[in-house]
Design a protein. Sequence first.
Length: 202
Amino acid sequence: MSLRAATALAAVAVAVAMAGQARAKPAPPKPRPVEVQLFLEAKQLLDAGEYPAAVERFEASYRLSGHPKAAFALGVAYERMGEFEKAAEWYQRCVEAKAASAGDARRRREKLAARPSRVSVKSAPAGATVREEGRAFPLGTTPLEFELEPGEHVLLVEKEGFETARREVSGRFGVRLLLDVALGPLAPPPPAPEALAASASP
């Protein structure tokens, strides 16, 4: 083999080796989509108990992707924050999307819907009796706090010498209800006819 041929062969061998090394070198990882990165950051914050920050990132991820996983995660985050009505809304979105987690989301929403509401009633003047329309026994006197089962209710706030106040309230998803009732005084009864006649006499 001539020197020229040997040199050419060596050059080819070096080129083949370099090409093999180039092929063996792993490609740099592709950057994650923004919505995925936001979701992963939110999950870490959720696990750390930083719920408001987690909600912010989950919502940003959902706006970009509309993925039911983000909706379900938002339901979990709001539930842990005690915002049960918002949690139920996000679980419902997951149910409507017919996602794999729809069954779990439905069960969680039903559980939240069954939570009683906490009602706080204050009145001016204080010491008024609070009762639920259609029930014989009063709930107590103001200021008063009590639990109200889910559903529609009518509360009556009564005090002698004052007009009865009627308030329609809806117990749902453990929402806290605050009622501040100002009772108006009863109008004096009209004078009896005898009194009118006496006052008209000379």
